[in-house]
Ligand binder design. Structure first.
Ligand code: ZN
Length: 495
């Protein structure tokens, strides 16, 4: 009986969009070899140049991490499944900006009572024996800090506010953009252009006027994170980038605060609870972040609008359970949700005794420089989709000038076919990103090649790849088709 390998969404671009692959072999190492032999484009994502499995992709046999089995020598039994689980960053964008924190004074410890209005409002909670009057008082006295008021933060904030969590902090300094409304249900069309915090505050106060909402219109940094986190009982991580994710994790571990974690990409989400007293932390799962640019962001890869609704609601559920002390939390378990297959799978997440932050001999005892840790310069981290400067950049205006002069060159568009239906640059040749390695023979090395995508990130990766394959006459279109529309052809729609 063959072994089924589950391919996660971010890696399906290298497997001809297949989400499962069957192999008939004896060990995990052989299974991965068979997989990368069949799909060579996967290899650089799974293995380092030294042939070691990369740290940001975990491999599970059934529900167990192979690091706690026999690693690649782990034997496979008939019917076993292998899951590749990469670190994904998706959530709410948190770019760098300056601002001032507000309302962070500690809550005075006064006895909590419910008013008659509150008893009516929360009656469906009060008749649940697991919550009851005491539980509702706990919720009223509790505080949750949401990192981001975006895709994950929106449903989480709405449900926590509705449930009567007395104090909600929100860290965000973005403004509402039209493209947020497809999933960020805290914000309305009328809020476009308004700060997300102002929009969130208005919506949450309208839902439940009795709450205290603390707004932190700042970038979360190593300098302010511990101070911002300190007054809260639970941290809810809804970020979309790796530096902030590691920062949130480490701050939670250092302060001993549980982290209701969620992340999303395309049709797939992850959720867990990290940094509880005995449970693992995010670094136990993913000791190192992926190299910059290897894992696409939601802005690049897209996300089903309802997906953060599911994952953010799971995070809110876990936060409420942590506050009430009921049920079994996701500490020690990683839930993987696949919306296309409508499947939830559960994997074991173990505390790693050698974890640099929560292990027995931690080496990280204070917050570090997370931009540096994630291999990003401060400038490149401003947005996950910021164009990366690669060899031989060309701007859309320069490209237009070359077209007008009648220069000989090939314009290679590496976006997916459905993206080409939205907007294009005339004269392009299409090879989707994942197909470039196997269709490299179609590219003429003796002609100039300009590579383009939506914003210049994916094409930058292809330029680097082609350079590694000996191409020399290559350039990346900076800013991609979006900047082409801004600078050359404003008649087309942007996405
Ligand atoms: Zn850890």
């Amino acid at each position: 009986m063959p072994t089924t390998i589950y391919v996660p969404t971010p890696l399906r671009q290298f497997t001809d969009a297949r989400d499962t692959v069957q192999v008939d072999v004896a060990t995990v190492g052989e299974a991965l070899s068979a997989l990368t032999l069949q799909y060579p484009g996967l290899k650089q994502h799974l293995y380092t140049e030294q042939g070691k499995l990369r740290h940001f992709v975990n491999v599970y046999v059934n529900d167990d991490d192979i690091r706690y089995l026999e690693r690649e020598a782990t034997a496979l039994k008939p019917g076993d499944t292998i899951s590749l689980i990469p670190a994904v960053a998706g959530g709410s964008p948190l770019a760098d900006a300056a601002g001032a924190a507000s309302g962070a004074a500690p809550v005075p410890a006064a006895p909590v009572v419910l008013t008659n209005d509150e008893v009516r409002r929360y009656s469906r909670h009060l008749i649940l024996p697991e919550v009851g009057l005491e539980g509702q008082k706990k919720l009223k006295a509790a505080s949750v800090l949401l990192i981001g008021a975006g895709g994950l933060g929106s449903p989480a904030a709405l449900y926590l506010a509705a449930a009567g969590v007395g104090r909600l902090g929100i860290v965000d300094f973005d403004v509402v953009d039209e493209s947020n409304l497809q999933r960020q249900v805290l914000h309305s069309t009328a809020d476009v252009g308004r700060s997300k915090l102002a929009s969130a505050q208005a919506r949450l106060t309208a839902l439940n006027p009795g709450l205290r909402i603390d707004a932190y219109e700042v970038a979360l940094t190593s300098k302010n994170a511990l101070e911002i986190f300190a007054p809260y009982d639970v941290i809810l991580d809804g970020t979309d980038n790796f530096p902030t994710r590691y920062l949130v994790n480490d701050a939670c571990v250092l302060l001993g605060k549980p982290n209701a974690y969620g992340s999303i990409f395309r049709f797939e989400g992850q959720a867990s609870v990290f940094a509880t007293k005995d449970g693992p932390c995010y670094r136990c799962l993913y000791p190192e972040p992926p190299p910059p640019g290897l894992v696409p962001s939601c802005a690049e890869g897209g996300v089903l609008g309802v997906l953060p609704g599911i994952i953010g609601t799971i995070q809110a559920t876990e936060a409420i359970k942590l506050i009430l002390g009921i049920g079994e939390t996701l500490a020690g378990r990683l839930v993987i949700y696949d919306a296309l297959r409508m499947k939830f799978r559960e994997l074991k997440a173990r505390r790693d005794p050698e974890c640099p932050v929560c292990g027995t001999q931690p080496t990280v005892r204070a917050l570090i420089d997370y931009e540096q840790f994630c291999g990003l310069t401060p400038a490149a981290s401003a947005a996950a989709e910021a164009p990366q400067v690669a060899m031989g950049d060309i701007t859309p205006r320069e490209l237009k000038a070359r077209m007008d002069r009648g220069d000989d060159f090939v314009l290679l568009d590496v976006r997916e076919p459905h993206e080409l239906q939205i907007c294009t640059i005339p004269g392009y040749v299409s090879i989707p990103l994942g197909d470039v390695p196997k269709r490299i023979g179609e590219l003429d090395r003796s002609r100039d090649l300009v590579v383009m995508c939506r914003s210049g990130v994916r094409s930058g990766r292809i330029v680097s790849f082609l350079a590694s394959q000996g191409f020399t006459r290559i350039a990346n279109l900076t800013g991609g088709v979006l900047r082409w529309i801004d600078d050359v052809d404003p008649t087309q729609p942007k996405y």
